[in-house]
Design a protein around this ligand. Structure first.
Ligand code: R1P
Ligand code: URA
Length: 250
């Protein structure tokens, strides 16, 4: 087959499982947890490596930031044979109990972004695959991580989250932010809703595990707000979850 237009890959990678960080700079680090890691290529925001785990080929590819590039990545990975997609990313805590350095496993996502609306009506939920989510939960437990499992909020504007007062529509952003918190959202990030909806429509599995960087709500409420930029724990949990899925499905 020809190489896919955006991701620059064809099906010669031979992987059915993919680990998908947003940040291209995280790809080589993730591949370092696999056997025989090999650089495949880079085009636009898509940097790709492949390696092996428990006898299976595993692709690692960055999606870039936000729904559009994530959905394009999922679509083109599907064309190259990938059937299980696990996002490993970062997020900002929303719920008070979610602290920097914790992990969040997203079993569903609020669709406050634009991409998924061009797949299916907003009434349709963005939900993670149950088996993938169970494997992520088991992996986090095996690693002894402090983790939370629940719903994350996805948006398109990082600065709409952090500086809503600067935006002409800031009042609406703030009202919605408070509503998501009251409804029980754990954390905010930018890709899982588009990934879950694209995966659903493609008929493949998707899940997501996130490192919590900080929690602006804790800071606002005068609570301690430790910051953690180290994504190692989330990466190790994602890799271990893939291993668990492979073993279970062998
Ligand atoms: O660390 P990644 O995976 O990029 O994820 C988060 O970080 C970016 C914003 O800083 C957004 O992409 C958000 O979803
Ligand atoms: O606060 C944050 C941190 C990471 N990613 C986001 O989208 N928001």
């Amino acid at each position: 087959m020809d190489k896919m237009y955006h991701i620059g890959l064809d099906d010669s990678h031979g992987a059915k499982y993919a680990i998908l960080p947003g940040d291209p700079g995280r790809v080589e680090k993730i591949a370092g947890y696999l056997q025989n890691p090999e650089f495949l290529g880079q085009n636009r925001e898509y940097t790709s490596w492949v390696g092996e785990l428990a006898g299976e080929r595993i692709l690692v590819m960055s999606t870039g930031m936000g729904g559009p590039s994530t959905a394009i990545g999922a679509e083109e990975l599907y064309q190259t044979g990938v059937r299980t997609m696990i996002r490993v990313g970062t997020c900002g805590g929303m719920a008070e109990q979610v602290m920097g350095g914790d992990l969040v496993i997203a079993n569903g996502a609020v669709r406050m972004e634009g991409t998924s609306k061009e797949y299916v009506d907003i009434a349709f939920p963005a939900v993670a695959d149950f088996q993938v989510t169970k494997a992520l939960e088991q992996a986090a437990m095996d690693l002894g991580a402090r983790f939370h499992l629940g719903i994350v909020q996805c948006k398109d504007s990082f600065y709409g989250q952090h500086s809503p007062d600067r935006m002409p529509c800031g009042k609406e952003l703030e009202e919605k932010w408070d509503m998501w918190i009251k409804a029980g959202c754990l954390a905010s990030e930018m890709e899982s809703a588009a990934l879950y909806i694209a995966a659903q429509i493609l008929g493949v599995r998707a899940g997501c595990i996130l490192n919590v960087i900080w929690n602006q709500e804790r800071k606002k409420n005068g609570l301690s707000d430790p910051h953690c930029h180290d994504t190692s724990l989330a990466i190790r949990a994602a890799v271990h979850a893939v291993e668990l899925l492979i073993e279970k499905e062998r």
